[in-house]
Design a protein around this ligand. Sequence first.
Ligand code: NCD
Length: 304
Amino acid sequence: MRHDHVISAKQLTRGDIESVLDRASDIAADPGTYAGRHQGTLLGLLFFEPSTRTKMSFSAAIKRLGGDVVDMGPVDASSVKKGESLADTVRVIEGYADALVLRHPSEGSAKMAAEYVDVPLINAGDGAGQHPTQTLLDLYTIRENAGLDGLRIGIMGDLKYGRTVHSLAHALTNFETTQHFVSPETLALPRNVRYDLHEEGASVKEHTDLEHILPDLDVLYVTRIQRERFPDESEYRAVAGQYQIDAETLEAAADDLVVMHPLPRVDEIASDVDETEHARYFEQAHNGVPVRMALLDHLLEGDR
Ligand code: NCD
């Protein structure tokens, strides 16, 4: 990989993506080969926002590689509570770990923090900005289930604040895909993301309803309305509960439609979808471990 820090999906070339996904496939096929490969390596976890999957799958990944974590723990129990800056926090923790994983509510925080450290820093979500490692596991899941080139993907829900959407949309421009974005007008793609996609020559279509494009899709990627990012609760309530799917909605879809979601879901996907052939979101979450093992193995390669 050209870059030590993983800040944005924009920095990932098709070659970078394919080499991580190929390595993840090798790991999934034969996890034993990678066990112990990074004995003694420590991964610093700095999570300033809630996380289940990202944090736990990074922990599982480094432990399966033979390493361990040093975890800042909850913000309220750290020196951040005493007013320590993010720049100081990362400069201190880089002395305790071989790589850092940062999740923070401010967009641009990972880029800023990376300027202060020499060890690889991985952005695990910066506000409504980017979430590049989620994208890698999303691409892995898409490649396994539908293939990446020639893909027709629907991306539905909170396109404005959803960082997984911003990263995924950009990464997909490395492949021959048509991206159909489905959202209420108030939650449409931010102008800068739309501009970047346009600059990359992406094939992009925007819609306010799913019905007429659903039968044409290979993958439907559903997202949660990012309640915590709304400046005003009444704005959230105005859009909450829209764009839900259930098993009946999917009767109009192709038999092999793949339904994905970065999780957690609230009410966007009814539980009756879980029992259908379409559901891949739990498999997607599980893919976080081999994909993050592959990424860490790439980034830490020089340390072996
Ligand atoms: C996502 C996130 O944090 O952006 N979660 C995750 O990492 N799987 C999606 C979300 O919170 O809606």
